[in-house]
Design a binder for this molecule. Structure first.
Ligand code: ADP
Ligand code: MG
Length: 682
């Protein structure tokens, strides 16, 4: 027997070159291969009589070869082999391209099982390149349910099927981690059976059961891990912050905090005064004022002699937070610093020196802030803005730095409660469910191409009234995908032919960091009227003078993402609008987009998004920072998630601290899933 950690090169037919291809799929070991699950199945168990074969629908059938295969040389590099086959219900002409194999292995008068697709388009009714096997052979490509794997260029499905089959034959799949009692209660297949059945199911029903088991298992491991993480944090010590008086901070604010902001701040102060590290998520819709909540926490840290690392997902946002916080904090005598990747090495060095010396009290930057090169003098608080890019691995690697600072993560992505519990089970949550006063809804319209002239006129009207507009396109360059508006081309079209008298600028993710910042800063200074952009403007950017957002090919985006984008307008005093443009005629798609016109409530939109697309896509649409679930994109069902969660809670209660082998292997699996988090789980 081979070990699960053995490299795939020990398999027959996997040399260094093919191994490379597998590496593209993140497959290095036998276990990786066994955990490379099919994304679907083709049911080839049923044999169809020839007379019932349908055009364009692949099927299996059994037939006798009626003549000797004849190969014709058509031109250089093109040989056609033709043969006729028949069963008692009809005849069928088969054609093979460049197939010596077919010519040599199909024999007159013998019976084979074929799998292929009848086409009716050219050369008449017939079938090209079917696969075939002898009825006496063990079915590999026919008479079975064939798994369909995620592929990579150069590696076809049949090759993966063969390798997985070999791996399963010589290596045990991952062991059982679910106790018998849980398996019975939730009707879950045993591990060994599930790992075999996911690749080689005997029936579609068995495939479905295997899939459910693996989803259950994955979420079981994940939520058990979160529970352990939470428990281990609760045992950690940090210095309690003695001084939690924020009077000076409140006095300096240009506005009154909302009730929700005040509640969140109070919860944070309580956390910080407790003597164990805070782990809090602040969830609030765009514009709910999360920055000030974060600022209050940073103020409190500074008053207690601690430094704060404030991380934003992009440099543009880091800049913006820096501006806000510098203005707020400098009159209070709290020093701020900005550290970004686009600074010169000299600037960075100076900044790092100030951080190491403790001269910079509130340091704003991107994730680079947590790299090893940046040493803090007395780091007491880490703030991560836009939490979905700051996942559980980072959360735990933070603590592994040995400092155990307080952690505050902020998210404008309203994750529905069901998923939030699963994803952020290790965090306490404050919800900002109230917008600052005077904020108005962004009026949202869904229109088709026939409204183009009116859209353009509306853009012009906004600009004439002294406002600015965003135009968002799904792609950067033309031809990325046919028929999709690209920011580059559309910006040019708008500037040259539609608004030659207005100032149109362009922003997209392929531009350099410094370039992006220049464009954004210029737009903020009102040096452009229309900003054509990709989704790089998605998070946080604050341009109060912008009152209109046009989103091209809106059907290309998820609802939550559209809601985030829309949050870029309506940040000032003036009435703001969002126009969703879509050529899509699919009633379901239009229905989906209309949900956005009907409400400005991010939580309701997220719920709707989840309902329509299912959690698989919901997870899939997120960026890095979320755990990578191997079966997540198989469109899992929420019931299984909930069951796995309550099962894991039960399990942790009973066996969390035990030394049973099952408990040990579960802990090992958790570490695997959280990768870099080993240090914090015990
Ligand atoms: P988000 O939650 O999207 O990060 P921000 O923190 O960027 O929201 O706040 C959006 C805008 O609302 C900012 O211009 C901010 O100054 C303003 N703001 C925040 N809190 C209040 C408040 N209590 N009253 C009035 N305006 C506020
Ligand atoms: Mg924000």
């Amino acid at each position: 027997m081979a070990k699960p950690s053995d490299p795939i090169t020990i398999l027959r037919g996997v040399g260094p070159a093919r191994a490379e291809l597998f590496h593209n799929l993140n497959i290095y070991t036998l276990e990786d291969l066994i955990c490379h699950y099919p994304r679907g199945y083709e049911d080839r168990t049923r044999l169809v009589p020839i007379c019932q074969l349908e055009v364009d629908r692949p099927a299996c059938f059994q037939a006798v070869v009626m003549n000797t295969p004849r190969t014709a040389h058509i031109r250089k590099g093109l040989d056609l082999t033709r043969v006729q086959v028949a069963d008692t219900t009809g005849r069928l002409n088969l054609t093979f391209f460049n197939s010596r194999y077919a010519e040599q292995n199909l024999h007159y008068g013998e019976t084979y099982i074929f799998y292929g697709t009848v086409t009716g388009d050219y050369g008449g009714y017939g079938m090209t390149n079917p696969v075939f096997e002898s009825p006496s052979s063990q079915g590999v490509a026919t008479r079975r349910i064939l798994p369909v794997y995620p592929l990579t260029a150069g590696l076809n499905n049949a090759a993966i099927v063969r390798c997985v089959q070999q791996a399963l034959a010589i290596c045990d799949p991952p062991g059982e981690i679910l106790p018998e009692s849980i398996r019975q209660r939730y009707d879950i297949l045993p591990a060994e059976l599930a790992y075999t059945a996911i690749h080689q199911p005997k029936s579609m029903q068995e495939a479905e059961q295997a899939r459910r088991r693996l989803i259950f298992e994955e979420f079981f491991v994940f939520s058990a891990g979160l529970s352990l993480l939470r428990a281990s944090r609760a045992r950690k010590k940090s210095l309690p912050y003695e001084n939690t008086d924020l009077t000076a901070f409140y006095a300096a604010l240009p506005f009154r905090l909302t009730g929700a902001q005040q509640r969140a701040i109070d919860e944070i102060l309580r956390d910080m005064g407790r003597g164990t590290p805070m782990n809090r998520l602040v969830q609030g819709d765009v514009g709910s004022g999360k920055t000030m909540v974060a600022a209050a926490a940073a103020f409190c840290a500074a008053r207690n002699g601690f430094q704060t690392a404030f991380m934003a997902p992009t440099e543009i946002l880091a800049e913006q937070h820096y501006d806000t916080l510098r203005k707020l904090f400098s009159p209070m005598g709290i020093s701020t610093a900005l550290l970004t990747g686009s600074m010169t090495p000299k600037e960075k060095k100076q900044c790092r020196q100030a951080i190491a010396a403790g001269d910079a009290q509130v340091v704003i930057g991107t994730h680079a802030l947590l790299t090893d090169a940046t040493a803090f003098n007395r780091l007491g608080l880490v703030i991560a803005d836009e939490q979905h890019r700051f996942g559980v691995e980072q959360r735990s690697s933070l603590a592994a730095k040995g400092t155990d600072p307080h952690l505050l993560v902020m998210s404008a992505t309203p994750i529905p409660r069901t998923l939030a519990i699963i994803l952020y089970g290790d965090l306490d949550v404050s919800i900002l469910d109230e917008l600052p006063p005077g904020r108005q809804n962004v009026d949202t319209f869904l229109v088709g191409e026939s409204f183009r002239a009116r859209i353009n006129a509306f853009i012009r009207k906004q600009v004439q009234e002294g406002h600015q507009c965003f135009v968002v396109c799904p792609a950067v360059e033309e031809n990325e995908e046919l028929g999709i508006k690209s920011a580059q081309v559309w910006a040019e079209t708008l500037q040259k032919t539609v608004f030659p008298d207005l100032r149109v600028s362009l922003l997209h993710g392929q531009m350099k960091g410094s370039q992006k910042e220049q464009v954004m800063a210029a737009f903020a200074r009102q040096e452009a009227d229309v900003l054509v952009a990709t989704t790089v403007i998605e998070v946080g950017v604050d341009i109060p003078n912008a009152t209109l957002m046009v989103i091209e090919d809106a059907d290309r985006f998820g609802l939550s993402q559209l809601h985030q984008l829309r949050g870029r307008v309506g940040r000032g005093r003036d009435k703001s609008y969002c126009i969703l443009v879509s050529h899509n005629k699919n009633p379901e798609t239009l229905q989906r987009l209309k949900a956005l016109c009907a409400t400005n409530d991010g939580f309701r939109i997220a719920q709707e998004d989840l309902r329509q697309r299912g959690p698989g896509d919901f997870f899939g649409s997120r960026q890095s920072g979320l755990p990578v679930f191997r079966v997540a994109d198989m469109n899992m069902d929420l019931d299984t998630l909930r069951q796995a969660q309550s099962a894991s809670a039960q399990w942790i209660d009973q066996w969390g601290d035990s030394d049973l082998p099952e408990a040990q292997s579960l802990r090992a699996r958790i570490s695997q899933l959280f990768q870099r988090s080993q240090g914090t789980l015990n």
